[in-house]
Design a protein. Structure first.
Ligand code: FAD
Length: 643
């Protein structure tokens, strides 16, 4: 059974491996960090936004702010679940559906930094709006077309998308989420290859029910590569009026009440071959590359929400008096609020740094985008949960109810619900761990895997592989024990923050050493040791966020020498991060991983039935049977009607 499990995992990993993008012009700060090299030069001086680009962004943000104020009432949208048509029209007129589309195709042509600034603004106000606009262009048709489309496809679709025709990204299916390589939607080529017949279902497609143009991933016939059958996934552009395409169900969620999201059905949809993006078989690579850059949208919106909370919390902890003093004076509250501010500062630093990297052409931002997405969504949940607690009962009350009874409607309850899915979609936190671990181990996997786990059909001799590995490790490994040669060149950071900077530098080398030693211990099994790899990844994430916070603080103090708050925020973030890093290193050796396995195995074997006392234990099964029955009947009825 374990063997079968590992074989299935291996197949999924092989396909994911084929789909990884591998060629870049600019190096990744974080990839270097995992190899033990602290490339402070890549983030210092902090790559601040170019003044011309900033001016463009300021003007555009003013335009979007106007639309928000005029057409979007986030409290009403959350309360009714209805997203106003006139807001979508106003956004289309303001060019908001073409923010990321180049001007030559009718778009606004914003840089990644300005686009993220808009998402931050939206995220601080109405996350349903963020999702409409970002699903359209962070992951919808414009992004894969920009990267892989032909000139003809760009000319045909981009002007329509920029003008407000809505797009969506359809990858997930009822049976495949995190492992899209196993998708069952098929695209069967016609005999002459001029078109494909698309069949299957796509689940949770954001914007899907209202989309005009979708990018749909489907399996095309497999190919033999090195004697192995390789699944081929291909990306298709599908238009809503193609016969056989239908919306089977509109989904609703705990948050993002104004979202348009649904289950889509493809029943012999005839798609012309010229609607393939890239080449047949490149679909998974396109989907993953789309998500690499697309992932930067969510962190920007998350940072926006938290920045608003940091502003709002000030008047609350001053004005709310309990036990004779403002609640901000109680230590327990002060700790939460201080961490909210420091964590938000770190998020802001990570987001702007990752955006600046993304604005460089062909920069390797896979790790930074994954870190930004993972770090910001996880941290946002913590920040909002703390803010909710600090607001007491009012934190749990909806804005609508607060407004109705004449109190200030502070959006923390809505933000908390809306932000939760950030840890799940566009790659869940667990999948971000896997992606980051894979990239962190890249050098070792390339050198050692062919030796430890040779692939069938591999041609290079063992001797040559050993020679290559020895040559690399003989020069790389000793350097990890030498003192740093990094020139910090900081002018403004105080002694404590300079100490944090040196900590980052020496801990990179410790991280690289520990990774290497751990690989020696677990060998090829390390790729299945998710929790140990997660400990290393967490260290890398904190080191990146520490370095980003210190670089950003150094920049901000340079701009305003009299303001020492960036100094304070960077220091608090780094102090907390150092505690977490110590705990993560400790957990590589001393952990409860075997106990987790044992308890979960027992649970999976049904051994905890004895706990089922005094509960409505058959409620879920009964509800599922009843509801499923109705939904299936409704869908069958609908399809009979369509036919
Ligand atoms: C509101 C919303 C909007 C969405 N929008 C879109 C969209 O526009 N387009 C689209 O294609 N999809 C969309 N999705 C789907 C989303 O991307 C998936 O929900 C997500 O990828 C996770 O897949 P899943 O829900 O099937 O979970 P599963 O893959 O079934 O995972 C269940 C749990 O197991 C974990 N897990 C899975 N595999 C591993 C592993 N190898 N190691 C460790 N842990 C693992 C997951 O992290 C998760 O915690 C949306 C989902 C929601 C809820």
């Amino acid at each position: 059974m374990a063997d079968l499990d590992n074989k299935a995992k291996e197949k999924a990993m092989d396909l994911a491996e084929d789909a990884r993008q591998t060629e870049w012009k600019f190096p990744s700060f974080t990839a270097e960090l995992f190899r033990g090299s602290f490339r402070w030069d890549l983030m210092h001086p902090f790559p601040a936004q170019d003044p011309e680009d900033k001016k463009t962004g300021d003007e555009y943000l003013a335009k979007i702010r106007e639309v928000l104020e005029r057409y979007v009432d986030p409290i009403e949208i959350d309360h009714t679940g209805h997203y106003p048509e006139e807001a979508l029209k106003a956004f289309a007129e303001a060019g908001a559906f073409g923010m990321k589309i180049a001007k030559e195709y009718g778009g606004v042509g914003l840089s990644q930094t300005n686009y993220s600034r808009v998402l931050s603004l939206l995220g601080s106000y109405c996350q349903s709006t963020t999702t409409w606009l970002s699903a359209h262009q962070s992951i919808g048709v414009p992004q894969p077309l920009k990267m892989y489309g032909t000139e003809e496809q760009k000319k045909k679709f981009l002007p329509r998308l920029a003008a407000g025709e809505i797009s969506a990204f359809a990858l997930t299916e009822p049976d495949v989420g995190s492992d899209p390589a196993k998708m069952s939607t098929t695209a069967t080529p016609s005999e002459d290859g001029s078109y494909y017949l698309l069949n299957g279902e796509k689940l949770w497609c954001t914007n899907g029910p209202d989309a005009d143009i979708l990018v749909v991933m489907a399996q095309t016939p497999p190919k033999m590569v090195n004697g192995k059958e390789r699944t081929q996934i291909t990306a298709f552009i599908v238009e809503k009026d193609m016969p056989g395409y239908s919306v089977a169900h509109r989904c609703s969620f705990m948050g993002l009440k104004g979202l348009s999201n649904g289950l889509l059905k493809f029943d012999n949809v005839k798609v012309p071959a010229e609607n393939i993006i890239g080449k047949p078989g490149q679909g998974l690579k396109i989907a993953l590359a789309t998500l690499n850059t697309g992932r930067l949208g969510i962190p920007a919106a998350s940072a926006g929400a938290c920045k608003l909370c940091v502003q709002e919390v000030q008047s609350w902890i001053n004005g709310r008096v309990q036990w004779g003093v403002p609640i901000g004076k109680h230590q327990a509250i002060a700790k939460k609020v201080a961490n909210m501010a420091a964590d938000t500062f770190a998020m802001e630093s990570v987001v702007w740094l990752a955006c600046a990297f993304a604005d460089k052409e062909n920069a390797d931002i896979r790790l930074e985008a994954a870190i930004a997405k993972y770090f910001c969504t996880e941290t946002t949940w913590r920040v909002l949960d703390d803010y909710l607690q600090v607001r007491g009962g009012r934190g749990f009350e909806t804005e609508h109810s607060l407004r109705e009874r004449g109190e200030q409607p502070v959006p923390v309850e809505r933000f908390l619900r809306d932000s939760r899915v950030g840890r799940i979609f566009e790659g869940s936190s667990e999948i971000m761990h896997l992606i980051m671990a894979r990239e962190a181990m890249d050098t070792h996997f390339k050198l050692m895997m062919p030796l430890m786990k040779p692939k069938p059909g591999a041609t290079e001799s063992k001797g040559s592989l050993i020679l290559k590995a020895v040559k690399f490790y003989a020069s790389w490994y000793p350097k990890l024990w030498l003192p740093s040669a990094t020139n910090y060149e900081v002018k403004h950071l105080n002694a404590t923050n300079q100490d944090h900077l040196q900590f980052v530098d020496r801990t990179c080398r410790k991280l690289a050493r520990s990774l290497f030693h751990t690989m020696g211990k677990y060998r090829e099994r390390l790729e299945y040791e998710q929790l140990i790899l997660a400990n290393f990844v967490e260290v890398g994430v904190d080191l990146f966020a520490m370095a980003a916070s210190l670089a950003y603080a150094e920049y901000l103090i340079g701009q305003k020498p009299d303001d020492d708050t960036p100094q304070q925020l960077a220091d608090l973030y780094c102090a907390n991060a150092r505690d977490r890093i110590a705990a993560n290193f400790r957990a590589v050796k001393h952990n409860h991983n075997a106990k987790f396995r044992g308890v979960t195995d027992a649970l999976m074997d049904g051994k905890f039935g004895w706990m089922a006392t005094d509960i409505m234990d058959d409620y879920v099964a009964k509800a599922a049977a009843r509801e499923l029955g109705t939904a299936v009947e409704a869908r069958e009825e609908e399809h009979a009607h369509v036919k």
